[in-house]
Structure formats: structure tokens, C-alpha cells
Design a binder for this molecule. Sequence first.
Ligand code: SAM
Length: 234
Amino acid sequence: MSGMELVLILAESAVELVPPELTKHPSILKLAKKRGKKPSEILLDRSYHHAAMRSLKDAEKRGRPDIVHTTLLELLGTPLNREGLLQTYVHTVDNKVVEIDSNVRLPVNYDRFVGLLEQLYAVGKVPEAGQPLLAIRKQTLNQLLGEIKPSTTVAFTTLGEYKDLSRLCEELTKERKPAILIGGFPRGHFSKETLNLADRVVRIDREALEAWVVASRAVYAYELAIGLPKQRLR
Ligand SMILES: C[S@@+](CC[C@H](N)C(=O)[O-])C[C@H]1O[C@@H](n2cnc3c(N)ncnc32)[C@H](O)[C@@H]1O
């Protein structure tokens, strides 16, 4: 079934280490102490750092690693991924890219997922020795797309024209290497730079849905378009 692979990029995702301007804030110092880490070694997380984040630029798009956690759990468990036909990347708001081996089993527990990401930021890959299951590098979305070289890139956003998802996925099956961009953030929109990287910008519902709902539907629609459910029963 080669040639049917889908690339899914969670773009501008709300994952980053606590930025330098917040490392002295009491709520950050408290959590860092509790976790036995330096403030600069812990992930920014709105559920703990809400007060500290008030002064932060673009705060509405930052500090939500739970979005990436839930979406990755959903994506990695799909039949498309189990068939090795889904390549997932997380691009972050501070221009890092996490490359994910489709065989990785992520912790279901959120605190353990956060610990894993903090380890990844500290050492660059997990596990440290041998073939990495997760690897992080400094890279812009533009550079990532330049490396993947998709034949078409579709950005999902409520700013786009409405498109029936099953029809879109049928069109994508004719592509050599289609890529979908979904925002890994809770509110706000893709930057102009991100929108400019897309060949198409589509909206799939009247409302803004959560990233994991959109990712889940896109993958299922793509599975149907390539006939995967039937193929897996043969
Ligand atoms: C919680 S939303 C972010 C909200 C953003 N204001 C928006 O309207 O797209 C997270 C991501 O899910 C995707 N998304 C959510 N609702 C969508 C829709 N109706 N159509 C297309 N994509 C959608 C987009 O990629 C978005 O960046």
C-alpha cells in the first residue's frame, strides 16, 4: 500500500519550556521545586502557570501540552498508523520539531507524558541510545516541509473555505504524498507564515473544534478513502 501515506503535522503547537522571562515567577518556582527541576527545564503549562502567563505575548496560543498529548494518543492508535501509513510530526510554537516513530507507545498518564517531553528537551532523543522513538530538533515549519517535500499541503482552519472532509480525502488519495496541518493550540489562528506554506486552506465544520477531534476525523476519512477498513479484514 505504498503511496498511500499521510503526513500529519500538529503545527504551532502549544508546547515549550518555561521561557526566560517567566523563570522567576512564584508559581513557576513552586512547581519547579516540587518537581526537583530548574524552572527552565519544565514545560509551560497553563493549568499551573495561568497567573504567570498573563504578561506573555500570544499567551492564548501557548502552554497547552495536553492538546498534543491527547491528539498524539488518538493518532498513534489509529489503524492508519498501525499500518505504518501515518507519519506524525509536532511542530511547536517556538520552532522545534518532534519526530515520532509510529511504533512509540506514549504514556496515557499526562504527568508521565510531560516528564517524557521534558526529558526529550533535555537530551534530544528518547531513548538516548539506539533508534529513537521520539527526537526533537530546532526547525521551522518551512524547513520541515522542505525536508518532507509533500506533494500537497492542506491547512485545516476555520479561516478556510468549507470543504466536505470525505471529498477532500478522496482528492488526497490521488496525491503522491499529502500533508495536513492541524493547529496544536487552543485558540487563535495559524500565523500568516504558516498559511502561506499551504496549497489549500480548508474548514470542515461551522464551529472551531478541538484539535484531537479534527485529527481523528481527518484520519478516519482518509482511511475510508483508501479503503483501509476493508483491506484490514481481508
Ligand atoms: C481549537 S482549534 C484552534 C481554533 C482556531 N481558532 C480555528 O478556528 O481554527 C485547533 C485546530 O483544529 C483545527 N480546526 C478546528 N476546527 C476546525 C474547523 N471547523 N475546520 C478546520 N479545522 C479546524 C485547526 O487546525 C485548528 O488550528
